[in-house]
Design a protein around this ligand. Structure first.
Ligand SMILES: Cc1cc2nc3c(=O)[nH]c(=O)nc-3n(C[C@H](O)[C@H](O)[C@H](O)COP(=O)(O)OP(=O)(O)OC[C@H]3O[C@@H](n4cnc5c(N)ncnc54)[C@H](O)[C@@H]3O)c2cc1C
Length: 416
C-alpha cells in the first residue's frame, strides 16, 4: 500500500517549513511552487543593474524567534545568521544628528532601563513603564489607544521598533500584535533580542539549504506549478488542478495551502483572510561600507528607517511605505542616498542603486485585519492553511510563517 502524500502548495517559508516538518517524520512530500524559484517574499536574486546577488528586502530576525532558529538549525544554516553577541542597536536622529546605542542587558531583569548609557538618551527609567498599558490593551485596541505617542521614547524607540515589526504605523496597528512581538523579544530579556541578519543573502540562509534538505530526504519540489483550483468533495479536497495536470488525491492524502492571502481567497470558498496590505521599500546602494558603519543602524526623523551594511552594499528599509510607491525611482534613490550619506559620512555622489517596492509585503497589522485571520484547520478535513497571514498570533514575519507551516504539517499528518 502506498504511503499518504502531503501536497504543499507554495514554497515560501511557510511551505518549506511544512515540508521539512513532514519530511522529518517520514511523510511522502510533494511541493508545488508557482514561481521559478522558492522563497516567495523572502528571496535573493541576481540583479543585473548592480551585477550582484541581492535580497528582495532586508530581513531581520531576533534571537528570540525560536521557530526560526530551529528551522535554520534543521537545515544546517545556523552559521549563516550573524549578529552581535549581546543586543546592540545603534541609532541616529537625522534631525539633531544625535547618536546613541540601545543596549538591553542579557538576562530577564531589564536593568538596562536604569542605565542612561544603555537606554534612549534624555528618557527616564519611569518612561519605560508606559509599556504596561500596552500589555493590558484589548484585542480591538491600537497601539495609539494604549501608549502615548508624543514622547521622546515613542519617537526614538517604540515607533521605529513597532513599525519594523508590524509593517504598519503603530498609531493604527494592533496593540495585541505589538504586545506579542515585545513579549517574545524585548520583554523576554536581552538574550531574546539579539538582531540576526543573513549576511550572505536570504537564499543562502533560509531557502537553498532547505531545498537541499528536502531533496535529500526524498521530497519532490516542482516549480512553475501554479495551483488553479481545487476539487472539493464532501468534507475533503479530492483533486488539485494545475492547468495542464490534475492531481487526484488518495483517501489519506492531504494538502497544505501555503500561498499568500490574496491567492488563498481565490482558491478556498468562503475563506476569511486579511484583505488590506502594506508595502515595504528597499533601496540598495553598491558601495563598500566604511568600517565604522554598524551592521544595522536605526534612523529616526528621516525617510529611511534602517540601514543594513553588507560586504558590498548599503541597503535601506522603509516599512509602511505605501506613500512612496508613486514617487519616481530616480528621485527616491537620490533623496534616500542623501540620508544614507549623512548617516555614514560617505560622499553625496549617488552610487549604483536599485529600488525594490514590495506592494503587498505583509497584511496590514490592524485590529480588524488581525480578526480576519483564519486558523490552520478548514472545513475540509485534509486541507490545512499556512502562511504569515493565518492566525499565528504574530504579525506577518518569518517567525509567524515558519510556525504556521509547522502547525499545518502537524495537523495534516494527524489527519492522515
Ligand atoms: C521587503 C520585505 C521585508 C521583510 N522584512 C522582514 C523582516 O525583517 N523580518 C521578518 O521576520 N519578516 C519580514 N518580512 C516578511 C516575511 O518575508 C514574510 O512574512 C514571509 O516570507 C512570508 O512567507 P509565506 O510562506 O507565508 O508567504 P510567501 O513568501 O508569500 O510564499 C507564498 C508562496 O506561494 C507561491 N504561490 C502563490 N500562488 C501560488 C499558486 N497558485 N500555486 C502555487 N504556488 C503559489 C508564491 O510564489 C510564494 O512562493 C518582509 C517581507 C518583505 C516583502
Amino acid at each position: 500500500m502506498s504511503r499518504p502524500t502531503l501536497h504543499i502548495v507554495g514554497a515560501g517559508l511557510a511551505g518549506l517549513a511544512a515540508a521539512l516538518r513532514a519530511g522529518s517524520i517520514g511523510a511522502d512530500v510533494v511541493v508545488h511552487e508557482a514561481a521559478g524559484t522558492a522563497g516567495g517574499r523572502c528571496r535573493s536574486y541576481h540583479d543585473n543593474v548592480l551585477g550582484t546577488t541581492i535580497d528582495n528586502g532586508n530581513h531581520l530576525v531576533m534571537s528570540g524567534n525560536h521557530a526560526t532558529l530551529d528551522y535554520v538549525r534543521r537545515i544546517g544554516a545556523e552559521h549563516r545568521l550573524h549578529g552581535p553577541p549581546t543586543p546592540l542597536f545603534p541609532f541616529v536622529d537625522l534631525a539633531s544628528n544625535e547618536r546613541w546605542c540601545l543596549q538591553p542587558n542579557p538576562g530577564r531583569l531589564p536593568w538596562w532601563i536604569f542605565d542612561r548609557t544603555r537606554r534612549v538618551p534624555r528618557t527616564r527609567a519611569a518612561d519605560y513603564l508606559g509599556l504596561v498599558r500596552l500589555l493590558w490593551a484589548g484585542s480591538q485596541a491600537s497601539v495609539a489607544d494604549a501608549m502615548a505617542s508624543e514622547s521622546r521614547l515613542y519617537e526614538r524607540l517604540w515607533r521605529p521598533v513597532l513599525l519594523a515589526a508590524l509593517n504598519t504605523d503603530p498609531s493604527e496597528a494592533s496593540a495585541a500584535l505589538a504586545t506579542a512581538v515585545l513579549r517574545e523579544t524585548l520583554m523576554a530579556g536581552g538574550d531574546a533580542c539579539r538582531p540576526l541578519v543573513a549576511t550572505q543573502g536570504l537564499a543562502s540562509a533560509f531557502i537553498d539549504p532547505a531545498l537541499e534538505c528536502l531533496r535529500a530526504g526524498g521530497a519532490r519540489v516542482g516549480f512553475a506549478r501554479r495551483l488553479r483550483a481545487m476539487a472539493f468533495g464532501t468534507g475533503r479536497v479530492e483533486a488539485l488542478d494545475f492547468g495542464d495536470d490534475v492531481v487526484k488525491l488518495g483517501a489519506c492524502d492531504s494538502v497544505v495551502l501555503a500561498v499568500p492571502a490574496w491567492v488563498a481567497t481565490t482558491l478556498v470558498p468562503g475563506l476569511s483572510a486579511p484583505s488590506e496590505f502594506r508595502a515595504i521599500l528597499n533601496a540598495h546602494f553598491l558601495v563598500n561600507p566604511p568600517a565604522a558603519v554598524a551592521p544595522i543602524t536605526g534612523v529616526v526623523n528621516g525617510t529611511i528607517e534602517w540601514i543594513f551594511a553588507f560586504a558590498d552594499r548599503l541597503s535601506v528599509t522603509i516599512s509602511g511605505a505605501d506613500r512612496l510607491l508613486d514617487v519616481p525611482r530616480e528621485e527616491l534613490a537620490r533623496s534616500l542616498w542623501q540620508e544614507v550619506a549623512a548617516v555614514t559620512g560617505l560622499a553625496a555622489t549617488l552610487p549604483p542603486w536599485q529600488i525594490i517596492k514590495e506592494r503587498r509585503a505583509t497584511f496590514a497589522a490592524l485590529p480588524a485585519q488581525d480578526a480576519k485571520r483564519p486558523p490552520a484547520a478548514t472545513a475540509w478535513g485534509n486541507l490545512l492553511l499556512a502562511g504569515d497571514w493565518t492566525a499565528t498570533g504574530l504579525p506577518a514575519t518569518i517567525e509567524g510563517a515558519i510556525r504556521s507551516g509547522n502547525r499545518a504539517a502537524d495537523l495534516a499528518l494527524q489527519a492522515a
